[in-house]
Design a protein around this ligand. Structure first.
Ligand code: KIV
Ligand code: ZN
Length: 389
């Protein structure tokens, strides 16, 4: 089998993720997340936006000083002050420091936000990349709102910034507007129309306004992107960013049609998700893929019977692979005898068939009144219904 292409995982939990309302973190919290991201083995972590505040500058500097293996990126707009400030914080990471500079390229942003012409934006982008390249060869350029940019202009900008020294070119879906087939066409267009595109890594950065961030990122990978920008639990501006755990586990689970690999140590996914949630106070919805409380929980009797016989009937990845110790069979009104008996055995109740039947009737009655039946409920049923006879 041909060797799988490697996808660079660029985690931006500490920068774009932190832009999530209510997610701001102090330096000590950022360091804890950075150390956990290093255990997770992401390739690049974007630690912040050094010009944004003194606190953010200090946090990026501290992350750059602390992290030992991952590359550390800092964001800057396309101006000298931002870039100089970014490098002042990043230089402690040495050759692992990455300046990530950006400017918007869509008509709507150029006209209303930047009030700049195409030529001005092009010149500004090139000058910014040249300045950043004076500090480090590790320069990423992002064409903000790339997805709503006229493609010939986008191609022109990307070609020029690669000539100026960008080694990663990011094509963000800043407002979560695209769909997979369109995003794929954009990447194909750039590969065809940017003559020096092979000199840089194509990166994707998707927001989740239409719930398509992961699907779009995967479509871009299939079209030739080799870096995915993402966040833990998918936190980020508005509806969030592409979720790291979803994109990584999709690549791992669907090797048959997505022959790409990452270096992420997936067993660290759940602890990382929990740490972020504890630090920010932002809870993960129970049905969230991979890290939601119900992601490996089964309530329906048919499903519970299936996984008790053979886990792969209803589990496409193992709970252990994302750092859980086991799946969860939730006892409720949809549960059947198999899961009920299994749980009784786990609780140490060795009952006769007749006792089980009596207890099962009581269990179903209770389950109609209560959302979930806990172990204590079962113990009480057994004590009351069975043991007293
Ligand atoms: O969404 C976006 O366009 C960004 C850029 C700064 C990369 O976050
Ligand atoms: Zn973003």
């Amino acid at each position: 089998m041909a060797q799988a292409d490697r996808i660079i995982i660029f985690d931006t939990t500490l920068r774009d993720g932190e832009q999530s309302p209510g997610a701001s973190m102090n330096i000590e919290e950022k360091i804890r997340i950075a150390q956990q991201l290093e255990r997770l083995n992401v390739d690049v972590m974007e630690a912040g936006f050094p010009i944004a505040s003194d606190g953010d500058f200090e946090a990026v500097k501290k992350v750059a000083q602390t992290v030992k293996t991952a590359q550390v990126a800092g964001l800057s707009r396309s101006n000298n002050m931002d870039i100089d400030r970014a490098w002042d914080a990043l230089k402690y990471a040495g050759e692992r420091g990455r300046i990530h500079t950006f400017i918007a390229t869509s008509d709507i942003h150029m006209q209303y936000k930047l009030k700049m012409s195409e030529q001005q934006v092009l010149d500004t982008a090139v000058a910014a990349v040249k300045r950043a390249a004076g500090y480090t060869p590790n320069v990423e350029f992002s064409a903000e709102d790339a997805v709503r940019t006229r493609l010939p202009f986008l191609a022109k900008v990307i070609k020029a910034v690669i000539e100026a020294g960008a080694t990663t070119v990011n094509i963000p879906d800043t407002v979560g507007y695209t769909i997979p087939s369109e995003y794929s066409e954009i990447i194909h267009y750039l590969k065809e129309h940017v003559s020096n595109i092979d000199k840089a890594i194509i990166s994707v950065h998707c927001h989740n306004d239409l719930g398509l961030a992961v699907a779009n990122s995967l479509a871009a990978v299939q079209a030739g992107a080799r870096q995915v920008e993402c966040t833990i639990n998918g936190i980020g501006e508005r509806a969030g960013n592409c979720s790291l755990e979803e994109v990584v586990m999709t690549l791992k689970t669907r090797q048959d049609i997505l022959p790409f690999e990452t270096d992420v140590i997936t067993e660290h996914i759940t602890p990382t998700s929990k740490l972020l949630s504890n630090i920010t106070g932002i809870l993960v919805q129970p049905n969230k893929a991979i890290v939601g409380a119900n992601a490996f929980a089964h309530e329906a009797g048919i499903h519970q019977h299936g996984v008790l016989m053979e886990k792969t009937t209803y589990e496409i990845m193992t709970p252990e692979s994302v750092g859980l110790t086991q799946n969860k069979l939730v006892l409720g009104k949809h549960s059947g005898r198999h899961a009920f008996i299994d749980r009784l055995k786990q609780l140490g109740h060795d009952l006769t068939r007749e006792e089980i039947e009596k207890a099962f009737v009581r269990f179903k009655t209770l389950a109609d009144m209560k959302k979930e039946i806990f172990d204590e409920d079962l113990d009480a049923i057994i004590a009351d219904e069975v043991l007293r006879v």
